[in-house]
Design a protein around this ligand. Structure first.
Ligand SMILES: *Cc1c(COP(=O)(O)O)cnc(C)c1O
Length: 491
């Protein structure tokens, strides 16, 4: 059973939580109780079987058969024939590559599964209904969600991305997406504007009622949907099992993880894995120049009204980290009242301050740091020069923050950096960071140049993108999002 972080919903079962995506009226669903799952009994499972174990603990009401089919994607779908999340050790740290799915970013790990879960949930709860998925994207979620949901019966999906706020490759990935049920909108404004626009549409009960009359229901493919976080818990276990098998960590010894963070979804899955009994030590939360989270851990104040920077790691250019609400709910001792106060204050004044106990608990779980753009470039350059390994700019943020952590604390614990995107998604930035190299200024040529330089292969999903026909894209301001939606979908 699940409850709302804001105390306005309780006792919902997993299926309904996934179908809804977000608590009607505001708030996020969290499980009442975090189940235990000892890692040692999981040795020898393949990724798919591991995923089934983890997911079924949280969604027992889904049934074995549905879950079994959903996790087949790791065996037979887009990840066929490869380890969906290999652990490498190119440097003094481990790297968990999470970008072997169809869109070359870690969002695939969850978004290849979520449509199966959502469809099964809807089929039982609202037979014959249609789900309208609304998604705000800082670049990678959009394409991964379009890929996951395209032509899934009973669903339509609309992706809103910040115009000018995503890389050329990310944009082209979305504008060339296939599917009869997929729509893409470019919004003037940054990701936070897109995300709050989507949240406003969800929160409008009048709109929901109107659509309900036509048997259309909103849901979300963003990590505000618990169904997005759940499949992400799996790869923390997978990382640990590989680390033990490869001899980097003694059986049962602690392992740290460093996570490039935007919406706090990836690292929150790590927090839940730890609560489930996985021997994780420090969770290292890495931000880019939009360092709202690392400032929070320093001061206890979450301040979203601040200059916004477009960086080389656009998927982390976020000032309102949705899932942080779930984390604070846990850190406050599940005080829905406090969460409501803080998030009302965030909505009204752009900031809030937590009490000392909540801050102390938060710090005991997370080490937070950030990296500036020159530091990120330097990290990419050094890791390539010394180890021949190409980091994407998001992963490089985490590698850099980890190195700071190591210097500051001297903690020798084996640490895994979660690698969230293929460097080819950001080929120009990566080339410009490698010593003595320069991008051509043409993102498509730079894919080839990076291939020549590194000897790595361009991921299949990124090949020939520039030649593909583009679809019709909606254009709107944040205020017009709901109107454009209704008009274009003739609702
Ligand atoms: C989405 C994304 C992130 C941030 O993940 P969150 O779950 O939002 O914290 C980091 N790197 C890449 C490449 C991403 O696509």
């Amino acid at each position: 059973m699940y409850e709302s972080t804001r105390g306005n919903s309780s006792g919902r079962a997993g299926k309904s939580v996934i179908a809804l995506g977000m608590v009607p009226g505001g708030g996020l669903f969290v499980p009442f109780r975090v189940p235990d799952l000892p890692w040692s009994g999981l040795r020898g499972l393949d990724y798919s079987a591991l995923a089934k174990k983890v997911i079924s603990l949280y969604l027992p009401d889904m049934g074995e058969e549905v879950l079994g089919r959903a996790v087949e994607v790791y065996r037979q779908g887009a990840f066929a024939g490869v380890n969906p999340a290999p652990l490498l050790r190119p440097d003094g740290f481990g790297i968990l590559e999470l970008w072997h799915g169809p869109t070359a970013a870690f969002k695939d790990m969850a978004l290849q599964v979520l449509p199966h879960l959502l469809r099964a949930a809807m089929k039982e709860l609202e037979p014959g209904a249609e789900v309208l998925i609304l998604t705000a994207t800082s670049g990678d979620t959009g394409k991964a969600a379009l890929e996951g949901f395209k032509d899934v019966p009973g669903t339509r999906i609309v992706v809103f991305y910040p115009s000018g706020g995503v890389s050329a490759v990310q944009e082209r990935q979305m504008t060339t997406a296939g599917g009869q049920n997929t729509y893409v909108a470019a919004v003037e404004g940054n990701f936070d504007r897109c995300q709050s626009g989507v949240k406003e549409i969800f929160a409008s009960t009048a709109l929901a009622e109107r659509l309900r009359a036509e048997k259309i229901f909103f849901s979300s493919a963003n990590s505000i949907n618990w169904g997005r976080l759940l499949p992400q818990i799996v790869y923390y276990y997978w990382a640990y099992l590989q680390a033990v098998e490869q001899g980097h960590v003694g059986a049962g010894a602690l392992m740290n993880v460093a996570v490039p963070t935007g919406n706090f979804g990836n690292i929150l899955a790590g927090y839940y894995a730890k609560r489930m009994g996985l021997p994780l030590g420090r969770l290292i939360c890495a931000s880019n120049k939009n360092k709202v989270l690392s400032d929070f851990f320093e001061t206890g104040v979450y301040q979203s009204r601040r200059p916004f920077f477009l960086t080389m790691s656009p998927s982390m250019d976020i000032l309102v980290s949705s899932n942080f609400e779930r984390f604070l709910y846990e850190m406050s001792g599940r005080q829905a009242q406090s969460i409501r106060q803080w998030y009302d204050s965030l909505a009204q004044t752009g900031s809030f301050q937590v009490d000392a106990a909540t801050l102390a608990r938060s710090r005991s779980q997370i080490f937070a740091g950030w990296a500036d753009e020159p530091e990120v470039r330097n990290q990419i350059q050094r890791t390539y020069r010394e180890h021949g390994y190409v980091l994407d700019p998001h992963t490089a943020v985490a590698a850099r923050v980890y190195e700071d952590y190591r210097l500051k604390t001297g903690d020798p614990t084996f640490t895994v950096i979660l690698s969230t995107a293929s460097p080819f998604k950001f080929a120009t930035s990566v080339l410009n960071s490698i010593e003595g190299k320069e991008g051509s200024g043409n993102e498509w040529q730079d894919l080839e140049l990076l291939q020549q330089e590194s000897g790595w292969e361009i991921p299949a999903g990124l090949r020939g993108l520039e030649a593909r026909a583009e679809r019709k894209v909606w254009h709107c301001s944040p205020k017009e999002m709901s109107a454009v939606l209704l008009k274009e979908l003739a609702l």
